[in-house]
Design a protein around this ligand. Structure first.
Ligand code: AMP
Ligand code: MG
Length: 360
């Protein structure tokens, strides 16, 4: 069975079009006798602006799945930028006012600010004014005038988000500012789903939130999960490479996720806060593999903005984090720890910078 994800491109008139499959879990154990004949259940549902799927092996898997979906709904209700009842909506609508938030929202904003610091502002949770100006993924997508970009850019500065640890309040220090957790909230949700799996002693499971994949353990037969990477040029579901993992988060950011084209130029949804425009880094996608989805999500967006050289430098400076880039020349660039671990399935893609260029 092959499971795949599609991400929604949502217009103002609520036209839903399914557009994205980023990372797949290739569940190759069909037909095999599963460990201890464990009960298994799976479910897919639309949530957090994407399709979420999961599969759980263990006792009462349906109950575990329901609890996991309930938790994701809770996180969405807290952190959505568009739901009027969310804490983020409240913060964005009350600049200058300390807004009390729940502990989830506080943690995610704090983590996002940490990544803004680590990446010298290439990742910036105060990106909202630029995201709404470009409107990518909505009916209002357009190329703004330079003056509009400059104006919105002045409102993007994570240093003007002030947190009060004691009071659990958040203040935006400039009118017009806005927080957008679209690059990190799904990662947090995936880790929370894992926490629920562990609470119920689930040892084999995966969850896929529109390309944010997290696998628990290996497959029930003891072998690793096989994760496929989306071919950035092809229809959703085309895998160009795969690798084997246990207990990892795998998150891809790609220029094909949400975009529009004008005069032959592709304008995608990942914005470089320094230019105020979609990041121009010669990349089609960046995939991060590490222990926690929270980090993988923030980092995949970060390194997509930073590009190969600075992105690799960042990843190599962090423990237990690996990256796979695909550039516009269809070259695959890997961090040290991934070398010789990737199986390239489509020979249009070439591994570069590997010592022996071995393709497994
Ligand atoms: P992802 O798909 O995880 O790479 O996240 C992309 C989403 O994060 C976009 O749709 C925006 O909502 C938001 N975003 C865009 N650019 C940035 C950035 N430079 N830093 C933080 N969030 C961003
Ligand atoms: Mg991200």
């Amino acid at each position: 069975m092959k499971l795949y994800m599609q991400k929604r491109c949502c217009g103002i008139i609520a036209v839903i079009c399914l557009v994205l499959i980023v990372v797949f879990v290739l569940n190759g154990c069909q037909g095999q006798k599963e460990k201890n004949d464990l009960p298994a259940a799976s479910k897919s549902s639309f949530l957090m602006d994407t399709i979420v799927s999961m599969k759980v092996y263990g006792e009462k898997p349906d109950k575990v799945i329901e609890e996991a979906f309930q938790r994701m709904r809770e996180i969405e209700n807290e952190m959505s930028v568009t739901l009027k009842s969310s804490y983020i909506y409240k913060i964005n609508s009350n600049p200058g006012e300390p807004v009390k938030v729940d502990s989830d929202t506080f943690r995610v904003i704090r983590k996002a600010i940490t990544y803004a610091e680590i990446t010298d502002g290439n990742f910036d949770p105060s990106i909202r004014p630029l995201v709404s100006l470009w409107g990518i993924g909505t009916e209002n997508a357009r190329v703004p005038a330079r003056s509009e970009i400059e104006e919105a850019k002045r409102l993007v500065n994570y240093k003007l988000i002030k947190l009060d640890e004691e009071e659990k309040t958040v203040v935006l220090q400039k009118p017009g500012m806005g927080i957008d957790l679209g690059a990190i909230a799904k990662g947090y949700a995936a880790d929370e789903v894992r926490r629920i799996f562990k609470k119920h002693r689930v040892e084999h499971a995966f969850v896929n939130l529109g390309g944010n994949v997290l696998v628990v353990g290996g497959k029930p037969d003891g072998s690793p999960w096989v994760v496929g990477i989306q071919d950035p040029r092809r229809e959703r579901g085309s895998v160009m490479a795969s690798f084997k993992v246990k207990d990892k988060a795998i998150v891809t950011s790609g220029n094909y996720e949400r975009y529009f084209e004008k005069d032959g130029v592709v304008y995608h949804h990942i914005i470089d806060p320094k230019t105020g425009s979609p990041a121009r880094t010669n990349l089609l996608s960046a995939t991060i593999i590490c222990d926690d989805s929270f980090d993988a999500d923030a980092l995949s967006t970060s390194v997509f903005v930073m590009g190969v050289d600075r992105g690799l430098e960042l990843v190599e400076s962090l423990n237990g984090v690996e990256v796979m880039f695909i550039n516009k020349d269809l070259e695959i660039i890997l961090s040290e720890g991934l070398k010789n671990k990737i199986k390239v399935l489509n020979q249009d893609f070439k591994l570069v910078g590997n010592d022996n260029d071995e393709q497994i």
